[in-house]
Design a protein around this ligand. Structure first.
Ligand code: NDP
Length: 266
């Protein structure tokens, strides 16, 4: 039987849990797919590499999501609006691009704050960009705090309230999210403690998009008795949605989630 090949492109990519998640799901539903990882240093080569490897689909992680956007022939309307693609599928002789990070994150947020509310993002990168848009469209109020001004420009143009450390005077947040990579490979908090104290004063919980470790941000929130969630569920849900595209929306999402959750636990 010919297997369809999928990979995750990124740099670095050796830490990625996507292969074990997708391969577990292929096995569970009996789909002839095989999923690997590919370290791609030059994101501008993504399209060439996709064809060279004979892929059926791929996921894209840091730092190539904007290259992935440019590599596609066709984009779904959400990916087009936010300018970031993390899932590509070869279909009807075209590379078709989707963003599953943002709906994945929305699903996680809904488990903590189901009926809307006020959310602070710390970080203004690509992930914050796509997730801020989907949250606003789903009725949440979102504000952005970043250590430097540069990346805030696009958020300001999109009508979001934005702060740097110096200008931060926001409050009343229900949930505060670490959308930076602080805590991924170091033990730093995403913002100074005085700022976090203010941001968390009325919060019920925090989410850290970094997955696989108890980050300093989650530890800090726990000392205040807040609910915490790491990036594992976001990873899981973006994977379920990507798999659904890879396999032509043929399988039950609960089945995929079950297999991927098992894969993640290994
Ligand atoms: P980007 O590189 O696009 O943006 C990073 C942002 O974090 C910038 O705003 C940057 O600020 C800020 N930042 C980086 N390091 C620090 C630090 N030490 N302290 C304070 N701010 C910092 O990254 P992405 O948006 O693509 O990804 C962000 C995180 O989300 C990554 O850790 C990634 O692994 C994670 N992620 C998790 C997913 C999941 O499924 N769980 C899915 C997608 C992403 P500045 O502008 O000043 O440089």
């Amino acid at each position: 039987m010919n297997r369809e090949l999928f990979v995750i492109f990124g740099d670095p990519v050796s830490h990625s849990k996507s292969p074990v998640m997708h391969n577990m799901a292929f096995k569970r539903v009996g789909y002839p797919g095989c999923y690997g990882r590919y370290r791609l240093e030059d994101g501008s080569k993504l399209r060439d590499m996709f064809f060279k490897l004979g892929l059926r689909g791929c996921n894209i992680t840091v730092p190539h999501k904007e290259y992935a956007y440019k590599a596609c022939d066709k984009l779904d309307s959400f990916a087009k609006r936010v300018g970031a693609v993390n899932t590509i599928i070869y279909k009807e002789n075209q590379l078709q691009g989707y963003n599953t990070d943002a709906p994945g994150f929305l699903k996680v947020l809904k488990t903590m704050l189901p009926n809307g509310g006020k959310v602070l993002f710390i970080g203004a990168g690509g992930t914050a960009q796509s997730t801020s848009v989907i949250l606003r469209e789903s009725g949440y109020e979102v504000e952005i705090l970043n250590r430097s001004e540069g990346r805030l420009k696009q958020f300001i143009e999109n009508g979001f309230e934005c702060y740097t450390y110096d200008s931060f005077n926001g409050d009343g947040y229900d949930i505060v999210v670490n959308m930076t990579s602080a805590g991924l490979k170091d033990d730093s908090l995403p913002a100074p403690k005085e700022i976090l104290n203010r941001a968390l004063s009325k919060a019920i919980g925090v989410i850290d998009v970094v997955y696989g470790s108890n980050t300093p941000f989650l530890e800090f929130a726990k000392t205040k008795g807040l609910k915490t969630k790491d990036g594992g569920d976001m990873l899981l849900y973006q994977g379920v949605l990507a798999f659904n595209y890879f396999t032509n929306e043929k399988y039950d999402l609960k089945d995929i989630e079950y297999a991927m959750r098992y894969g993640l636990s290994l």
